[in-house]
Design a binder for this molecule. Structure first.
Ligand code: ZN
Ligand code: ZN
Length: 370
Protein backbone atom coordinates (compact mmCIF):
# COMPACT_ATOMS: atom_id res chain seq x y z
CA UNK A 1 0.00 0.00 0.00
CA UNK A 2 1.22 3.49 -0.84
CA UNK A 3 2.05 5.63 2.19
CA UNK A 4 -0.44 8.41 2.97
CA UNK A 5 0.29 11.95 1.81
CA UNK A 6 1.36 13.12 5.30
CA UNK A 7 3.66 10.08 5.61
CA UNK A 8 5.28 10.84 2.22
CA UNK A 9 5.70 14.48 3.14
CA UNK A 10 7.19 13.72 6.56
CA UNK A 11 9.72 11.44 4.88
CA UNK A 12 10.61 14.14 2.36
CA UNK A 13 10.99 16.69 5.14
CA UNK A 14 13.37 14.45 7.12
CA UNK A 15 15.58 14.18 4.03
CA UNK A 16 15.74 17.98 3.90
CA UNK A 17 16.65 18.60 7.54
CA UNK A 18 20.28 19.56 8.10
CA UNK A 19 22.13 16.49 9.43
CA UNK A 20 22.96 18.11 12.76
CA UNK A 21 19.26 18.77 13.42
CA UNK A 22 17.48 16.19 15.61
CA UNK A 23 14.01 17.62 15.11
CA UNK A 24 11.90 20.42 13.66
CA UNK A 25 9.18 22.37 15.48
CA UNK A 26 6.52 23.41 12.96
CA UNK A 27 4.37 26.43 13.83
CA UNK A 28 3.09 27.62 10.43
CA UNK A 29 -0.61 26.69 10.10
CA UNK A 30 -0.36 25.72 6.42
CA UNK A 31 2.85 23.80 7.07
CA UNK A 32 1.14 21.99 9.93
CA UNK A 33 -1.76 21.04 7.68
CA UNK A 34 0.52 19.98 4.83
CA UNK A 35 2.52 17.60 7.04
CA UNK A 36 -0.26 16.26 9.24
CA UNK A 37 -3.60 16.52 7.44
CA UNK A 38 -5.02 18.44 10.44
CA UNK A 39 -7.23 21.07 8.78
CA UNK A 40 -7.59 23.59 11.63
CA UNK A 41 -6.82 27.15 10.61
CA UNK A 42 -5.34 29.76 12.90
CA UNK A 43 -7.24 32.94 12.19
CA UNK A 44 -5.12 35.05 14.49
CA UNK A 45 -1.40 34.65 15.02
CA UNK A 46 -1.92 34.87 18.78
CA UNK A 47 -4.11 31.73 18.71
CA UNK A 48 -2.58 28.39 17.78
CA UNK A 49 -4.43 25.12 17.30
CA UNK A 50 -1.19 23.22 17.65
CA UNK A 51 2.46 22.72 16.81
CA UNK A 52 4.19 19.76 15.21
CA UNK A 53 7.37 18.24 16.49
CA UNK A 54 9.03 16.12 13.82
CA UNK A 55 11.93 14.00 15.01
CA UNK A 56 14.00 11.63 12.88
CA UNK A 57 11.64 8.74 13.57
CA UNK A 58 8.49 10.17 15.11
CA UNK A 59 6.00 12.94 14.52
CA UNK A 60 3.91 14.60 17.24
CA UNK A 61 1.02 17.03 17.06
CA UNK A 62 0.89 19.04 20.28
CA UNK A 63 -2.50 20.60 20.85
CA UNK A 64 -4.95 21.41 23.63
CA UNK A 65 -8.29 20.08 24.84
CA UNK A 66 -10.36 22.07 22.32
CA UNK A 67 -8.81 20.32 19.32
CA UNK A 68 -7.99 16.85 20.58
CA UNK A 69 -10.80 14.90 18.95
CA UNK A 70 -10.52 16.72 15.64
CA UNK A 71 -6.74 16.33 15.59
CA UNK A 72 -6.85 12.59 16.34
CA UNK A 73 -9.36 12.07 13.57
CA UNK A 74 -7.42 13.89 10.88
CA UNK A 75 -3.77 13.50 11.85
CA UNK A 76 -3.73 9.73 11.90
CA UNK A 77 -0.04 9.49 10.97
CA UNK A 78 1.05 11.57 13.94
CA UNK A 79 0.94 11.01 17.65
CA UNK A 80 -1.45 13.58 19.08
CA UNK A 81 -0.27 14.87 22.45
CA UNK A 82 -2.72 17.00 24.41
CA UNK A 83 -1.03 19.42 26.77
CA UNK A 84 -2.87 20.36 29.93
CA UNK A 85 -0.41 22.57 31.82
CA UNK A 86 1.64 24.36 29.24
CA UNK A 87 2.90 23.63 25.78
CA UNK A 88 6.46 24.25 26.96
CA UNK A 89 6.30 21.63 29.74
CA UNK A 90 4.89 19.01 27.40
CA UNK A 91 7.42 19.89 24.71
CA UNK A 92 10.27 19.65 27.22
CA UNK A 93 9.08 16.17 28.22
CA UNK A 94 9.19 14.90 24.65
CA UNK A 95 12.53 16.57 23.88
CA UNK A 96 14.01 14.87 26.93
CA UNK A 97 12.50 11.50 26.09
CA UNK A 98 13.64 11.67 22.44
CA UNK A 99 17.06 13.05 23.39
CA UNK A 100 16.72 16.08 21.14
CA UNK A 101 19.79 18.30 21.43
CA UNK A 102 19.42 20.45 18.34
CA UNK A 103 15.94 21.69 17.49
CA UNK A 104 15.00 23.61 14.34
CA UNK A 105 12.08 26.02 14.60
CA UNK A 106 10.18 28.07 12.03
CA UNK A 107 11.40 31.61 12.57
CA UNK A 108 8.72 32.96 10.22
CA UNK A 109 5.87 31.64 12.35
CA UNK A 110 6.95 31.20 15.96
CA UNK A 111 6.25 34.53 17.63
CA UNK A 112 8.91 36.13 19.78
CA UNK A 113 6.74 35.64 22.85
CA UNK A 114 6.21 31.92 22.12
CA UNK A 115 9.90 31.53 21.48
CA UNK A 116 10.80 33.16 24.78
CA UNK A 117 8.34 31.08 26.76
CA UNK A 118 9.27 27.80 25.14
CA UNK A 119 13.02 28.27 25.37
CA UNK A 120 12.68 29.35 28.99
CA UNK A 121 10.50 26.42 30.04
CA UNK A 122 12.75 23.95 28.23
CA UNK A 123 15.85 25.46 29.87
CA UNK A 124 14.20 25.42 33.30
CA UNK A 125 13.50 21.72 32.94
CA UNK A 126 17.26 21.20 32.87
CA UNK A 127 17.65 20.48 29.17
CA UNK A 128 20.40 21.93 27.05
CA UNK A 129 18.76 22.35 23.65
CA UNK A 130 20.28 24.28 20.77
CA UNK A 131 17.43 26.18 19.05
CA UNK A 132 18.10 26.79 15.35
CA UNK A 133 15.95 29.19 13.29
CA UNK A 134 14.95 27.66 9.94
CA UNK A 135 13.14 29.39 7.12
CA UNK A 136 11.28 28.03 4.12
CA UNK A 137 11.95 24.32 4.69
CA UNK A 138 8.37 23.06 4.60
CA UNK A 139 7.38 25.90 2.25
CA UNK A 140 9.96 24.52 -0.22
CA UNK A 141 8.25 21.13 -0.15
CA UNK A 142 4.89 22.80 -0.72
CA UNK A 143 6.08 24.39 -3.97
CA UNK A 144 5.60 21.23 -6.03
CA UNK A 145 1.93 20.36 -6.07
CA UNK A 146 0.80 16.74 -6.30
CA UNK A 147 -2.16 15.86 -8.57
CA UNK A 148 -4.65 16.03 -5.70
CA UNK A 149 -3.50 19.54 -4.84
CA UNK A 150 -3.70 20.70 -8.45
CA UNK A 151 -7.22 19.25 -8.64
CA UNK A 152 -8.30 21.23 -5.56
CA UNK A 153 -6.80 24.43 -6.99
CA UNK A 154 -8.59 23.86 -10.31
CA UNK A 155 -11.86 23.41 -8.44
CA UNK A 156 -11.35 26.59 -6.42
CA UNK A 157 -10.50 28.51 -9.59
CA UNK A 158 -13.48 27.16 -11.56
CA UNK A 159 -15.80 28.28 -8.78
CA UNK A 160 -14.13 31.70 -8.63
CA UNK A 161 -14.48 32.16 -12.39
CA UNK A 162 -18.15 31.17 -12.37
CA UNK A 163 -18.88 33.77 -9.67
CA UNK A 164 -16.87 36.48 -11.41
CA UNK A 165 -18.85 35.98 -14.63
CA UNK A 166 -22.12 36.23 -12.70
CA UNK A 167 -21.10 39.31 -10.74
CA UNK A 168 -19.93 41.12 -13.85
CA UNK A 169 -23.45 40.88 -15.27
CA UNK A 170 -24.65 43.07 -12.41
CA UNK A 171 -21.96 45.76 -12.54
CA UNK A 172 -23.71 49.08 -13.11
CA UNK A 173 -23.06 52.76 -12.49
CA UNK A 174 -24.16 53.74 -8.98
CA UNK A 175 -23.37 50.44 -7.26
CA UNK A 176 -20.72 50.73 -4.58
CA UNK A 177 -17.49 48.74 -4.43
CA UNK A 178 -18.61 47.36 -1.08
CA UNK A 179 -21.90 46.03 -2.49
CA UNK A 180 -20.08 44.25 -5.29
CA UNK A 181 -17.54 42.80 -2.85
CA UNK A 182 -20.31 41.44 -0.64
CA UNK A 183 -22.04 39.94 -3.67
CA UNK A 184 -18.80 38.14 -4.50
CA UNK A 185 -18.46 36.77 -0.96
CA UNK A 186 -22.06 35.62 -0.81
CA UNK A 187 -21.99 33.87 -4.16
CA UNK A 188 -18.66 32.17 -3.50
CA UNK A 189 -20.04 30.68 -0.30
CA UNK A 190 -23.35 29.73 -1.87
CA UNK A 191 -21.62 27.91 -4.70
CA UNK A 192 -19.66 25.78 -2.26
CA UNK A 193 -16.46 27.59 -1.34
CA UNK A 194 -15.47 26.66 2.23
CA UNK A 195 -14.22 30.21 2.59
CA UNK A 196 -12.46 33.04 0.84
CA UNK A 197 -8.83 32.84 -0.14
CA UNK A 198 -8.72 36.55 0.82
CA UNK A 199 -11.26 39.38 1.11
CA UNK A 200 -12.29 40.38 -2.43
CA UNK A 201 -10.80 43.57 -3.87
CA UNK A 202 -13.20 45.77 -5.82
CA UNK A 203 -11.43 49.00 -6.73
CA UNK A 204 -13.14 51.51 -8.99
CA UNK A 205 -12.03 54.75 -10.61
CA UNK A 206 -9.02 56.35 -8.92
CA UNK A 207 -9.11 53.62 -6.24
CA UNK A 208 -8.00 51.13 -8.88
CA UNK A 209 -4.56 52.81 -8.78
CA UNK A 210 -4.11 51.08 -5.40
CA UNK A 211 -3.06 47.48 -6.05
CA UNK A 212 -4.56 46.47 -2.69
CA UNK A 213 -7.68 48.48 -1.94
CA UNK A 214 -10.40 47.87 0.64
CA UNK A 215 -13.80 48.12 -1.07
CA UNK A 216 -15.85 50.99 0.30
CA UNK A 217 -18.60 53.46 -0.57
CA UNK A 218 -17.15 54.60 -3.89
CA UNK A 219 -19.77 54.25 -6.64
CA UNK A 220 -18.98 52.68 -10.00
CA UNK A 221 -19.04 55.11 -12.90
CA UNK A 222 -19.09 54.62 -16.65
CA UNK A 223 -15.72 55.11 -18.32
CA UNK A 224 -13.66 54.30 -15.19
CA UNK A 225 -11.55 51.19 -14.63
CA UNK A 226 -12.86 48.60 -12.13
CA UNK A 227 -10.40 46.03 -10.80
CA UNK A 228 -11.86 42.88 -9.28
CA UNK A 229 -9.43 40.51 -7.53
CA UNK A 230 -10.98 37.50 -5.84
CA UNK A 231 -10.53 33.86 -4.89
CA UNK A 232 -12.38 30.95 -3.33
CA UNK A 233 -10.89 28.36 -1.01
CA UNK A 234 -11.84 24.75 -1.64
CA UNK A 235 -10.50 21.76 0.33
CA UNK A 236 -7.93 24.10 1.84
CA UNK A 237 -6.62 25.32 -1.52
CA UNK A 238 -6.86 28.85 -2.85
CA UNK A 239 -7.66 30.48 -6.16
CA UNK A 240 -6.56 33.97 -7.19
CA UNK A 241 -8.06 35.79 -10.16
CA UNK A 242 -8.06 39.41 -11.31
CA UNK A 243 -9.79 41.06 -14.22
CA UNK A 244 -10.26 44.75 -14.99
CA UNK A 245 -13.57 46.00 -16.36
CA UNK A 246 -15.05 49.20 -17.70
CA UNK A 247 -18.69 50.23 -18.01
CA UNK A 248 -19.55 51.86 -21.30
CA UNK A 249 -17.09 52.46 -24.12
CA UNK A 250 -13.41 52.60 -23.08
CA UNK A 251 -11.35 55.67 -23.93
CA UNK A 252 -8.05 55.35 -25.75
CA UNK A 253 -5.93 55.43 -22.61
CA UNK A 254 -7.81 52.54 -21.04
CA UNK A 255 -7.59 50.52 -24.25
CA UNK A 256 -3.87 51.13 -24.62
CA UNK A 257 -3.01 50.29 -21.04
CA UNK A 258 -5.26 47.24 -20.99
CA UNK A 259 -3.72 45.91 -24.20
CA UNK A 260 -0.22 46.54 -22.91
CA UNK A 261 -0.87 44.66 -19.65
CA UNK A 262 -2.46 41.84 -21.59
CA UNK A 263 0.50 41.66 -23.98
CA UNK A 264 2.92 41.49 -21.03
CA UNK A 265 0.87 38.68 -19.47
CA UNK A 266 0.61 36.77 -22.76
CA UNK A 267 4.40 36.88 -23.21
CA UNK A 268 4.94 35.41 -19.75
CA UNK A 269 2.46 32.63 -20.38
CA UNK A 270 4.22 31.81 -23.67
CA UNK A 271 7.72 31.69 -22.24
CA UNK A 272 7.57 30.87 -18.52
CA UNK A 273 8.61 27.34 -17.53
CA UNK A 274 10.18 25.30 -14.75
CA UNK A 275 13.96 25.56 -14.49
CA UNK A 276 13.87 29.30 -15.11
CA UNK A 277 15.18 31.80 -12.57
CA UNK A 278 12.23 33.53 -10.91
CA UNK A 279 13.71 36.98 -11.70
CA UNK A 280 13.90 36.08 -15.39
CA UNK A 281 10.22 35.15 -15.18
CA UNK A 282 9.35 38.52 -13.67
CA UNK A 283 11.43 40.29 -16.32
CA UNK A 284 9.36 38.77 -19.14
CA UNK A 285 6.50 41.08 -18.20
CA UNK A 286 8.52 43.96 -16.78
CA UNK A 287 10.45 44.42 -20.03
CA UNK A 288 7.27 44.78 -22.08
CA UNK A 289 5.78 47.32 -19.67
CA UNK A 290 9.03 49.27 -19.26
CA UNK A 291 9.58 49.42 -23.03
CA UNK A 292 6.22 51.19 -23.33
CA UNK A 293 7.31 53.74 -20.71
CA UNK A 294 5.26 52.43 -17.77
CA UNK A 295 8.04 50.70 -15.81
CA UNK A 296 7.52 52.91 -12.74
CA UNK A 297 3.79 52.19 -12.75
CA UNK A 298 4.31 48.43 -12.29
CA UNK A 299 5.51 48.52 -8.70
CA UNK A 300 4.79 45.01 -7.48
CA UNK A 301 6.04 41.52 -8.25
CA UNK A 302 4.74 39.69 -11.30
CA UNK A 303 3.32 36.82 -9.29
CA UNK A 304 3.44 34.37 -6.41
CA UNK A 305 2.84 30.74 -5.66
CA UNK A 306 -0.67 29.69 -4.65
CA UNK A 307 -1.69 26.63 -2.66
CA UNK A 308 -2.81 26.19 0.93
CA UNK A 309 -1.86 29.87 1.30
CA UNK A 310 -2.87 32.43 -1.29
CA UNK A 311 0.63 33.89 -1.19
CA UNK A 312 3.34 31.28 -0.94
CA UNK A 313 6.63 30.28 -2.54
CA UNK A 314 7.89 30.85 -5.14
CA UNK A 315 7.79 34.58 -5.68
CA UNK A 316 8.09 35.91 -9.24
CA UNK A 317 9.86 39.01 -8.07
CA UNK A 318 12.65 41.21 -9.41
CA UNK A 319 14.33 41.16 -5.98
CA UNK A 320 17.50 39.17 -5.52
CA UNK A 321 16.69 38.03 -1.97
CA UNK A 322 13.61 36.16 -3.17
CA UNK A 323 15.23 34.61 -6.24
CA UNK A 324 14.76 30.90 -6.82
CA UNK A 325 14.72 28.36 -9.62
CA UNK A 326 11.13 27.67 -10.63
CA UNK A 327 10.02 24.08 -10.08
CA UNK A 328 7.78 21.84 -12.18
CA UNK A 329 4.48 21.37 -10.37
CA UNK A 330 4.39 24.90 -8.96
CA UNK A 331 1.20 26.88 -9.38
CA UNK A 332 1.93 30.59 -9.72
CA UNK A 333 0.01 33.71 -10.63
CA UNK A 334 0.91 35.92 -13.58
CA UNK A 335 -0.43 39.36 -12.68
CA UNK A 336 1.16 42.35 -14.35
CA UNK A 337 -0.47 45.72 -13.62
CA UNK A 338 -0.16 49.40 -14.37
CA UNK A 339 -1.29 51.94 -11.79
CA UNK A 340 -1.55 55.70 -12.41
CA UNK A 341 -2.39 57.87 -9.40
CA UNK A 342 -5.53 59.90 -9.98
CA UNK A 343 -6.59 57.87 -13.00
CA UNK A 344 -6.71 54.26 -11.89
CA UNK A 345 -5.19 50.97 -12.88
CA UNK A 346 -5.38 47.77 -14.87
CA UNK A 347 -4.34 44.37 -13.52
CA UNK A 348 -4.91 41.01 -15.17
CA UNK A 349 -4.18 37.90 -13.12
CA UNK A 350 -4.11 34.31 -14.30
CA UNK A 351 -2.92 31.16 -12.55
CA UNK A 352 -0.51 28.82 -14.34
CA UNK A 353 0.89 25.36 -13.60
CA UNK A 354 4.58 25.08 -14.41
CA UNK A 355 5.91 22.16 -16.44
CA UNK A 356 9.47 21.55 -17.61
CA UNK A 357 8.69 22.79 -21.10
CA UNK A 358 5.82 25.25 -20.63
CA UNK A 359 3.35 27.04 -18.43
CA UNK A 360 -0.15 25.59 -18.51
CA UNK A 361 -2.70 28.36 -18.08
CA UNK A 362 -5.36 27.22 -15.60
CA UNK A 363 -7.53 30.34 -15.86
CA UNK A 364 -10.21 30.30 -18.53
CA UNK A 365 -11.92 33.70 -18.15
CA UNK A 366 -11.28 35.81 -21.24
CA UNK A 367 -10.30 39.40 -21.93
CA UNK A 368 -11.65 42.48 -23.68
CA UNK A 369 -10.91 42.54 -27.40
CA UNK A 370 -11.23 45.83 -29.21
ZN1 ZN B 1 -5.19 38.37 -6.79
ZN1 ZN C 1 -2.26 37.32 -6.65
Amino acid sequence: MKPSLPAQRLAALRDLLPPEQDALLVAGPENRRFLSGFTARDDSFTESSGLLLITRDQAFLLTDFRYQEWARQEAADLEVVVYTQSLGTTLAGILKDREVRSLGFESTYLTYRQYQRLTQTVAESGLNVNWQPLEGTVEGLRERKCPAEVAAIRQALALTEAVLLEVVQDLAPGRTEGEVAWEIERRLREKGAEGLAFPPIVAAGPNSARPHHQPGDYRLEAGEPIIIDMGARVAGYCADLTRTFILGPPDEQFQNIYQLVHRAQARVEQELRAGMDSRAGDALAREVIAAAGYGEAFGHSLGHGVGLAVHEAPSLSPHKDRATTLKAGSVVTVEPGIYLTGWGGVRLEDMVLLHDDRAEVLTGVGFYEW
